[in-house]
Design a protein around this ligand. Structure first.
Ligand code: 5AD
Ligand code: SF4
Length: 449
Protein backbone atom coordinates (compact mmCIF):
# COMPACT_ATOMS: atom_id res chain seq x y z
CA UNK A 1 0.00 0.00 0.00
CA UNK A 2 1.35 3.39 -0.89
CA UNK A 3 2.23 5.84 1.83
CA UNK A 4 1.34 9.50 2.14
CA UNK A 5 3.34 12.50 3.31
CA UNK A 6 2.32 16.08 4.08
CA UNK A 7 4.54 19.14 4.20
CA UNK A 8 3.26 22.18 6.11
CA UNK A 9 5.20 25.40 5.58
CA UNK A 10 5.59 28.50 7.72
CA UNK A 11 7.74 31.52 6.99
CA UNK A 12 9.61 32.91 4.03
CA UNK A 13 10.17 31.98 0.38
CA UNK A 14 13.31 30.11 1.38
CA UNK A 15 11.14 27.76 3.43
CA UNK A 16 8.67 27.42 0.55
CA UNK A 17 11.61 26.41 -1.63
CA UNK A 18 12.93 23.96 0.96
CA UNK A 19 9.46 22.44 1.36
CA UNK A 20 9.43 21.80 -2.40
CA UNK A 21 12.74 19.97 -1.95
CA UNK A 22 11.30 17.90 0.91
CA UNK A 23 8.33 16.93 -1.27
CA UNK A 24 10.67 15.88 -4.07
CA UNK A 25 12.71 13.70 -1.70
CA UNK A 26 9.54 12.08 -0.35
CA UNK A 27 8.20 11.43 -3.85
CA UNK A 28 11.50 9.82 -4.76
CA UNK A 29 11.03 7.55 -1.74
CA UNK A 30 7.66 6.49 -3.15
CA UNK A 31 5.35 8.63 -1.03
CA UNK A 32 2.25 10.41 -2.35
CA UNK A 33 2.06 14.03 -1.34
CA UNK A 34 -1.23 15.05 0.25
CA UNK A 35 -2.49 18.08 2.13
CA UNK A 36 -4.72 15.94 4.32
CA UNK A 37 -3.08 15.28 7.65
CA UNK A 38 -5.75 12.70 8.47
CA UNK A 39 -4.55 10.56 5.55
CA UNK A 40 -0.88 11.10 6.12
CA UNK A 41 1.74 8.68 7.42
CA UNK A 42 4.35 11.35 7.80
CA UNK A 43 3.89 15.05 8.47
CA UNK A 44 6.70 17.58 8.04
CA UNK A 45 6.33 20.89 9.82
CA UNK A 46 8.75 23.28 8.13
CA UNK A 47 9.11 26.09 10.64
CA UNK A 48 10.15 29.72 11.03
CA UNK A 49 11.54 31.55 14.03
CA UNK A 50 12.25 35.02 12.68
CA UNK A 51 9.64 36.73 14.85
CA UNK A 52 7.73 35.97 18.01
CA UNK A 53 4.39 34.42 17.23
CA UNK A 54 5.97 31.82 15.01
CA UNK A 55 6.43 29.60 18.08
CA UNK A 56 2.81 29.93 19.19
CA UNK A 57 1.62 28.81 15.77
CA UNK A 58 4.00 25.85 15.77
CA UNK A 59 2.94 24.73 19.26
CA UNK A 60 -0.70 24.85 18.17
CA UNK A 61 0.01 22.75 15.10
CA UNK A 62 2.11 20.26 17.06
CA UNK A 63 -0.85 19.74 19.40
CA UNK A 64 -2.98 18.84 16.39
CA UNK A 65 -0.30 16.53 14.98
CA UNK A 66 0.06 14.75 18.31
CA UNK A 67 -3.60 13.73 18.05
CA UNK A 68 -2.94 12.27 14.59
CA UNK A 69 0.07 10.45 15.96
CA UNK A 70 -1.92 9.01 18.89
CA UNK A 71 -4.75 7.94 16.58
CA UNK A 72 -2.85 6.51 13.64
CA UNK A 73 0.87 6.54 14.41
CA UNK A 74 1.52 9.43 12.02
CA UNK A 75 5.19 10.38 12.25
CA UNK A 76 6.07 13.98 13.10
CA UNK A 77 9.13 15.58 11.58
CA UNK A 78 10.00 19.15 12.41
CA UNK A 79 12.35 20.99 10.07
CA UNK A 80 13.34 24.62 9.42
CA UNK A 81 14.66 27.51 11.48
CA UNK A 82 12.68 26.85 14.67
CA UNK A 83 13.88 23.23 14.65
CA UNK A 84 17.44 24.42 14.09
CA UNK A 85 17.19 26.97 16.90
CA UNK A 86 15.50 24.79 19.51
CA UNK A 87 17.07 21.42 18.67
CA UNK A 88 16.59 18.81 21.40
CA UNK A 89 14.89 21.33 23.70
CA UNK A 90 11.73 20.80 21.68
CA UNK A 91 11.54 17.22 22.90
CA UNK A 92 10.92 18.32 26.48
CA UNK A 93 7.68 20.01 25.48
CA UNK A 94 6.81 17.64 22.66
CA UNK A 95 8.20 14.13 23.13
CA UNK A 96 5.86 13.11 20.31
CA UNK A 97 8.25 14.54 17.69
CA UNK A 98 10.02 11.74 15.81
CA UNK A 99 12.64 13.71 13.94
CA UNK A 100 14.09 17.20 14.45
CA UNK A 101 16.03 18.38 11.47
CA UNK A 102 17.83 21.67 10.70
CA UNK A 103 17.81 23.51 7.38
CA UNK A 104 21.04 22.03 6.12
CA UNK A 105 20.07 18.45 6.74
CA UNK A 106 17.10 17.86 4.49
CA UNK A 107 19.14 15.76 2.10
CA UNK A 108 19.51 13.33 5.02
CA UNK A 109 15.76 12.66 5.22
CA UNK A 110 16.04 9.09 3.81
CA UNK A 111 18.75 8.28 6.35
CA UNK A 112 16.74 9.77 9.23
CA UNK A 113 13.59 7.86 8.23
CA UNK A 114 15.50 4.60 8.11
CA UNK A 115 16.94 5.29 11.54
CA UNK A 116 13.58 6.10 13.09
CA UNK A 117 12.02 2.98 11.59
CA UNK A 118 14.74 0.80 13.07
CA UNK A 119 14.32 2.45 16.47
CA UNK A 120 10.59 1.85 16.37
CA UNK A 121 11.02 -1.78 15.46
CA UNK A 122 13.20 -2.11 18.54
CA UNK A 123 10.56 -0.35 20.64
CA UNK A 124 7.84 -2.70 19.35
CA UNK A 125 9.97 -5.68 20.22
CA UNK A 126 10.21 -4.27 23.77
CA UNK A 127 13.98 -4.14 23.65
CA UNK A 128 14.62 -0.42 23.99
CA UNK A 129 16.91 0.43 26.86
CA UNK A 130 18.19 3.83 25.86
CA UNK A 131 15.12 6.10 25.91
CA UNK A 132 16.96 8.88 24.05
CA UNK A 133 17.08 6.69 20.97
CA UNK A 134 13.38 7.22 20.41
CA UNK A 135 14.04 10.37 18.39
CA UNK A 136 16.41 11.45 15.68
CA UNK A 137 17.92 14.94 15.96
CA UNK A 138 19.97 16.30 13.04
CA UNK A 139 20.79 19.97 13.47
CA UNK A 140 24.49 20.14 12.61
CA UNK A 141 25.80 22.23 9.77
CA UNK A 142 29.18 22.86 8.22
CA UNK A 143 30.78 25.30 5.83
CA UNK A 144 30.11 23.22 2.76
CA UNK A 145 27.21 23.89 0.44
CA UNK A 146 24.42 21.43 1.20
CA UNK A 147 23.90 18.82 -1.55
CA UNK A 148 21.84 20.11 -4.46
CA UNK A 149 18.26 18.89 -4.64
CA UNK A 150 16.31 19.70 -7.80
CA UNK A 151 12.76 20.24 -6.71
CA UNK A 152 9.69 19.91 -8.85
CA UNK A 153 7.60 22.86 -7.83
CA UNK A 154 3.90 22.71 -7.02
CA UNK A 155 3.23 25.81 -8.96
CA UNK A 156 4.10 25.28 -12.60
CA UNK A 157 4.64 28.96 -13.40
CA UNK A 158 7.28 30.09 -10.91
CA UNK A 159 10.48 28.18 -10.19
CA UNK A 160 12.45 29.36 -7.21
CA UNK A 161 16.18 28.87 -7.03
CA UNK A 162 18.34 29.17 -3.94
CA UNK A 163 21.48 31.04 -5.02
CA UNK A 164 23.05 31.10 -1.58
CA UNK A 165 22.63 30.11 2.05
CA UNK A 166 23.17 31.93 5.33
CA UNK A 167 23.82 35.50 6.38
CA UNK A 168 26.91 37.31 7.67
CA UNK A 169 25.24 40.61 8.53
CA UNK A 170 24.17 40.12 12.12
CA UNK A 171 21.55 42.85 12.17
CA UNK A 172 21.18 43.11 15.92
CA UNK A 173 17.47 42.13 16.01
CA UNK A 174 17.79 39.10 13.77
CA UNK A 175 18.08 35.40 14.57
CA UNK A 176 18.76 34.29 10.98
CA UNK A 177 22.60 34.33 11.10
CA UNK A 178 22.43 32.07 14.18
CA UNK A 179 20.13 29.49 12.62
CA UNK A 180 21.22 29.59 9.00
CA UNK A 181 24.97 29.98 9.50
CA UNK A 182 27.50 31.87 7.37
CA UNK A 183 27.01 32.90 3.74
CA UNK A 184 27.91 30.49 0.97
CA UNK A 185 27.01 30.81 -2.68
CA UNK A 186 26.41 28.40 -5.52
CA UNK A 187 28.71 28.87 -8.56
CA UNK A 188 27.25 31.00 -11.35
CA UNK A 189 27.54 28.47 -14.12
CA UNK A 190 25.56 25.92 -12.15
CA UNK A 191 22.81 28.47 -11.48
CA UNK A 192 22.58 29.62 -15.10
CA UNK A 193 22.36 26.01 -16.26
CA UNK A 194 19.64 25.31 -13.71
CA UNK A 195 17.72 28.42 -14.85
CA UNK A 196 18.02 27.23 -18.47
CA UNK A 197 16.45 23.93 -17.44
CA UNK A 198 13.54 25.70 -15.76
CA UNK A 199 12.92 27.93 -18.79
CA UNK A 200 13.06 24.86 -21.04
CA UNK A 201 10.51 23.11 -18.80
CA UNK A 202 8.17 26.07 -19.37
CA UNK A 203 8.46 28.06 -16.14
CA UNK A 204 7.61 31.70 -16.76
CA UNK A 205 9.16 33.20 -13.69
CA UNK A 206 12.51 32.49 -12.03
CA UNK A 207 12.77 33.62 -8.43
CA UNK A 208 16.29 33.93 -7.03
CA UNK A 209 16.56 33.42 -3.28
CA UNK A 210 19.15 34.22 -0.63
CA UNK A 211 19.12 36.05 2.71
CA UNK A 212 21.15 38.77 1.03
CA UNK A 213 21.08 38.24 -2.75
CA UNK A 214 23.34 41.12 -3.60
CA UNK A 215 26.20 39.68 -1.53
CA UNK A 216 26.13 36.93 -4.15
CA UNK A 217 29.64 35.87 -5.13
CA UNK A 218 31.36 36.12 -1.76
CA UNK A 219 33.83 33.25 -1.73
CA UNK A 220 33.44 32.56 -5.48
CA UNK A 221 35.74 33.64 -8.31
CA UNK A 222 36.09 37.14 -9.69
CA UNK A 223 33.30 37.96 -12.11
CA UNK A 224 30.76 35.85 -10.22
CA UNK A 225 28.76 38.85 -9.04
CA UNK A 226 25.04 39.36 -8.59
CA UNK A 227 24.95 41.74 -11.57
CA UNK A 228 26.61 39.15 -13.80
CA UNK A 229 24.34 36.40 -12.52
CA UNK A 230 21.26 38.49 -13.35
CA UNK A 231 22.65 39.30 -16.80
CA UNK A 232 23.54 35.65 -17.41
CA UNK A 233 19.99 34.53 -16.62
CA UNK A 234 18.43 37.40 -18.57
CA UNK A 235 20.45 36.25 -21.59
CA UNK A 236 18.67 32.88 -21.64
CA UNK A 237 16.38 32.76 -24.62
CA UNK A 238 12.64 32.76 -23.92
CA UNK A 239 9.84 34.86 -22.52
CA UNK A 240 10.11 34.85 -18.72
CA UNK A 241 10.56 37.15 -15.74
CA UNK A 242 13.31 37.19 -13.14
CA UNK A 243 12.59 38.16 -9.54
CA UNK A 244 14.87 38.13 -6.51
CA UNK A 245 14.61 38.46 -2.72
CA UNK A 246 16.02 39.90 -0.59
CA UNK A 247 18.67 42.46 -1.41
CA UNK A 248 20.38 44.53 1.29
CA UNK A 249 20.26 48.32 0.71
CA UNK A 250 23.93 48.64 1.75
CA UNK A 251 25.06 46.25 -1.00
CA UNK A 252 22.86 47.62 -3.81
CA UNK A 253 25.66 48.50 -6.21
CA UNK A 254 25.23 50.54 -9.40
CA UNK A 255 26.08 47.60 -11.65
CA UNK A 256 23.00 45.76 -10.34
CA UNK A 257 20.77 48.80 -10.93
CA UNK A 258 22.15 49.11 -14.48
CA UNK A 259 21.51 45.44 -15.27
CA UNK A 260 17.90 45.75 -14.10
CA UNK A 261 17.41 48.96 -16.10
CA UNK A 262 18.78 47.34 -19.28
CA UNK A 263 16.80 44.09 -19.06
CA UNK A 264 13.01 44.12 -19.22
CA UNK A 265 13.10 40.42 -18.28
CA UNK A 266 14.07 41.47 -14.76
CA UNK A 267 10.90 42.36 -12.87
CA UNK A 268 10.14 46.01 -12.20
CA UNK A 269 9.72 45.28 -8.54
CA UNK A 270 12.52 45.65 -6.06
CA UNK A 271 12.38 44.86 -2.36
CA UNK A 272 14.46 47.35 -0.36
CA UNK A 273 14.16 46.46 3.34
CA UNK A 274 14.25 49.75 5.26
CA UNK A 275 13.78 48.38 8.82
CA UNK A 276 13.92 51.92 10.27
CA UNK A 277 14.06 55.45 8.89
CA UNK A 278 16.15 56.76 11.78
CA UNK A 279 19.92 56.87 11.33
CA UNK A 280 20.39 56.36 15.08
CA UNK A 281 18.22 53.22 15.11
CA UNK A 282 19.75 51.94 11.85
CA UNK A 283 23.12 52.23 13.51
CA UNK A 284 21.90 50.33 16.59
CA UNK A 285 20.46 47.72 14.23
CA UNK A 286 23.87 47.38 12.52
CA UNK A 287 22.32 47.98 9.10
CA UNK A 288 25.27 49.82 7.57
CA UNK A 289 23.41 52.79 6.01
CA UNK A 290 21.92 56.11 7.07
CA UNK A 291 18.48 57.54 6.36
CA UNK A 292 20.03 59.79 3.70
CA UNK A 293 21.96 56.97 2.01
CA UNK A 294 18.78 54.91 1.88
CA UNK A 295 16.80 57.74 0.31
CA UNK A 296 19.59 58.26 -2.23
CA UNK A 297 19.30 54.61 -3.20
CA UNK A 298 15.52 54.96 -3.59
CA UNK A 299 16.01 58.02 -5.83
CA UNK A 300 18.59 56.21 -7.91
CA UNK A 301 16.36 53.17 -8.37
CA UNK A 302 13.40 55.33 -9.36
CA UNK A 303 15.31 57.53 -11.76
CA UNK A 304 17.25 54.77 -13.52
CA UNK A 305 14.35 52.31 -13.64
CA UNK A 306 11.42 54.68 -14.17
CA UNK A 307 8.65 52.05 -13.95
CA UNK A 308 10.03 50.34 -10.83
CA UNK A 309 7.82 49.53 -7.83
CA UNK A 310 9.41 49.31 -4.42
CA UNK A 311 8.46 47.21 -1.44
CA UNK A 312 9.98 47.06 2.00
CA UNK A 313 10.18 45.57 5.50
CA UNK A 314 9.86 47.83 8.54
CA UNK A 315 10.23 47.17 12.26
CA UNK A 316 8.64 49.50 14.82
CA UNK A 317 9.56 49.62 18.49
CA UNK A 318 13.20 48.57 18.24
CA UNK A 319 14.86 49.11 21.66
CA UNK A 320 15.43 52.81 22.35
CA UNK A 321 13.18 54.00 19.47
CA UNK A 322 11.81 57.44 20.41
CA UNK A 323 8.76 59.13 18.90
CA UNK A 324 11.23 61.31 16.98
CA UNK A 325 13.00 58.23 15.58
CA UNK A 326 9.65 56.71 14.60
CA UNK A 327 8.72 59.92 12.78
CA UNK A 328 11.84 59.47 10.65
CA UNK A 329 10.42 56.10 9.59
CA UNK A 330 7.10 57.73 8.65
CA UNK A 331 9.05 60.35 6.73
CA UNK A 332 10.88 57.74 4.64
CA UNK A 333 7.60 55.91 3.99
CA UNK A 334 6.13 59.13 2.60
CA UNK A 335 9.16 59.86 0.44
CA UNK A 336 9.84 56.34 -0.85
CA UNK A 337 6.19 55.71 -1.82
CA UNK A 338 6.34 51.94 -1.57
CA UNK A 339 3.79 49.80 -3.38
CA UNK A 340 3.71 47.50 -0.37
CA UNK A 341 5.37 47.19 2.99
CA UNK A 342 5.65 44.31 5.45
CA UNK A 343 5.43 45.95 8.85
CA UNK A 344 6.30 44.34 12.17
CA UNK A 345 6.50 45.11 15.87
CA UNK A 346 9.96 44.40 17.16
CA UNK A 347 10.11 41.14 19.11
CA UNK A 348 12.99 39.90 21.23
CA UNK A 349 14.93 36.97 19.76
CA UNK A 350 16.95 35.20 22.41
CA UNK A 351 20.68 35.30 21.79
CA UNK A 352 20.64 38.44 19.60
CA UNK A 353 22.29 41.72 20.65
CA UNK A 354 19.07 43.72 20.59
CA UNK A 355 17.46 41.14 22.85
CA UNK A 356 19.93 42.19 25.56
CA UNK A 357 19.43 45.93 25.09
CA UNK A 358 17.86 47.89 27.90
CA UNK A 359 15.20 50.41 26.84
CA UNK A 360 12.87 47.78 25.39
CA UNK A 361 9.71 49.52 24.19
CA UNK A 362 6.35 48.91 25.83
CA UNK A 363 3.86 46.75 23.97
CA UNK A 364 1.24 49.53 23.86
CA UNK A 365 3.66 51.98 22.25
CA UNK A 366 4.70 49.40 19.66
CA UNK A 367 1.06 48.65 18.83
CA UNK A 368 0.24 52.31 18.46
CA UNK A 369 3.22 52.93 16.15
CA UNK A 370 2.39 49.90 14.04
CA UNK A 371 -1.18 51.13 13.57
CA UNK A 372 -0.02 54.60 12.56
CA UNK A 373 2.53 53.14 10.16
CA UNK A 374 -0.01 50.79 8.59
CA UNK A 375 -2.50 53.58 8.03
CA UNK A 376 0.11 55.80 6.37
CA UNK A 377 1.32 52.94 4.15
CA UNK A 378 -2.27 52.06 3.18
CA UNK A 379 -2.73 55.65 2.02
CA UNK A 380 0.49 55.45 0.01
CA UNK A 381 -0.40 52.06 -1.51
CA UNK A 382 -3.75 53.52 -2.51
CA UNK A 383 -2.07 56.46 -4.22
CA UNK A 384 0.39 54.19 -6.04
CA UNK A 385 -2.48 51.96 -7.14
CA UNK A 386 -4.39 54.86 -8.68
CA UNK A 387 -1.43 55.65 -10.93
CA UNK A 388 -2.18 52.45 -12.86
CA UNK A 389 -5.58 53.72 -14.04
CA UNK A 390 -5.90 53.63 -17.84
CA UNK A 391 -2.50 52.03 -18.35
CA UNK A 392 -1.87 48.93 -20.41
CA UNK A 393 0.09 46.38 -18.38
CA UNK A 394 1.71 43.15 -19.51
CA UNK A 395 0.75 40.56 -16.89
CA UNK A 396 1.60 36.93 -16.20
CA UNK A 397 -1.59 34.91 -15.67
CA UNK A 398 -1.49 32.68 -12.59
CA UNK A 399 -4.90 31.00 -12.86
CA UNK A 400 -8.37 31.41 -11.38
CA UNK A 401 -8.63 34.00 -8.63
CA UNK A 402 -9.09 32.34 -5.25
CA UNK A 403 -11.64 34.87 -4.04
CA UNK A 404 -13.49 35.39 -7.29
CA UNK A 405 -13.70 32.19 -9.32
CA UNK A 406 -15.03 33.99 -12.43
CA UNK A 407 -11.89 36.04 -12.69
CA UNK A 408 -8.32 35.22 -13.60
CA UNK A 409 -5.57 36.42 -11.31
CA UNK A 410 -2.35 37.76 -12.73
CA UNK A 411 0.61 39.92 -11.76
CA UNK A 412 2.38 42.81 -13.42
CA UNK A 413 6.15 42.96 -13.69
CA UNK A 414 5.88 45.42 -10.77
CA UNK A 415 4.15 42.63 -8.78
CA UNK A 416 0.67 44.19 -8.63
CA UNK A 417 -2.23 41.74 -8.64
CA UNK A 418 -4.58 42.27 -11.60
CA UNK A 419 -7.93 40.48 -11.88
CA UNK A 420 -9.72 40.19 -15.22
CA UNK A 421 -12.26 38.04 -17.08
CA UNK A 422 -10.62 35.64 -19.49
CA UNK A 423 -10.31 32.09 -20.68
CA UNK A 424 -8.72 29.75 -18.08
CA UNK A 425 -6.38 28.50 -20.85
CA UNK A 426 -4.50 31.80 -20.50
CA UNK A 427 -2.89 30.43 -17.33
CA UNK A 428 0.90 30.65 -17.61
CA UNK A 429 0.79 33.20 -20.44
CA UNK A 430 1.69 36.86 -20.69
CA UNK A 431 -1.24 39.05 -21.80
CA UNK A 432 -1.87 42.78 -22.10
CA UNK A 433 -4.52 44.22 -19.81
CA UNK A 434 -6.01 47.70 -19.80
CA UNK A 435 -6.51 48.75 -16.18
CA UNK A 436 -9.97 50.17 -15.53
CA UNK A 437 -10.36 49.95 -11.76
CA UNK A 438 -7.77 50.47 -9.02
CA UNK A 439 -8.31 49.27 -5.46
CA UNK A 440 -5.59 49.58 -2.84
CA UNK A 441 -4.24 46.03 -3.20
CA UNK A 442 -5.85 44.84 -6.42
CA UNK A 443 -6.25 46.21 -9.93
CA UNK A 444 -8.98 45.19 -12.39
CA UNK A 445 -8.93 45.37 -16.15
CA UNK A 446 -9.70 43.79 -19.51
CA UNK A 447 -7.68 42.01 -22.14
CA UNK A 448 -6.46 44.13 -25.05
CA UNK A 449 -4.60 42.91 -28.11
N1 5AD B 1 11.36 41.50 15.36
C1 5AD B 1 10.54 41.99 14.41
N2 5AD B 1 10.75 41.85 13.11
C2 5AD B 1 11.84 41.16 12.72
N3 5AD B 1 12.31 40.86 11.50
C3 5AD B 1 13.44 40.13 11.64
N4 5AD B 1 13.71 39.98 12.96
C4 5AD B 1 12.75 40.62 13.65
C5 5AD B 1 12.47 40.82 15.02
N5 5AD B 1 13.27 40.34 15.97
C6 5AD B 1 11.67 41.29 10.26
C7 5AD B 1 12.60 42.18 9.42
C8 5AD B 1 13.00 41.27 8.29
C9 5AD B 1 11.76 40.41 8.14
C10 5AD B 1 11.96 39.15 7.40
O1 5AD B 1 11.36 40.15 9.46
O2 5AD B 1 11.85 43.27 8.95
O3 5AD B 1 13.32 41.97 7.11
FE1 SF4 C 1 18.64 39.05 9.31
FE2 SF4 C 1 19.94 41.28 8.60
FE3 SF4 C 1 20.73 38.87 7.65
FE4 SF4 C 1 18.42 39.94 6.78
S1 SF4 C 1 20.48 40.81 6.48
S2 SF4 C 1 18.76 37.80 7.44
S3 SF4 C 1 17.68 41.00 8.62
S4 SF4 C 1 20.79 39.54 9.79
Amino acid sequence: MSKNATVITYGCQMNVNESAKIRTIMEDLGYNITEKIEESDMVFLNTCTVREGAATKIYGKLGELKKARDARGTKIIITGCFAQEQGKKLLQKFPCIDIIMGNQNISKIPEALEKIEKVQEVIKAGKLRDKKLKHVVLTGYDDELPPRIDADFNNDITASMTIGYGCNNFCTYCIVPYVRGREKYIPMEELINQAKEYVKKGYKEIMLLAQNVNSYGKGLSEGETFANLLQGIADIEGDFLIRFISPHPRDFTDDVIDVIARNPKIARSVHVPLQSGSTKILNDMNRGYTKEQYLELVDKLKSRIPDVALSTDIIVGFPGETEENFKDTLDVVKKAKYDTAFMFMYSIRTGTKAGEMEEQIEEEVKKDRLQRLISLQTEMSNEVSKEYYGKIERVLVEGASRKNKDMLSSRTSSNKVVLFKGDPSLKGQFVNIKINQCKTWTLYGEVVD
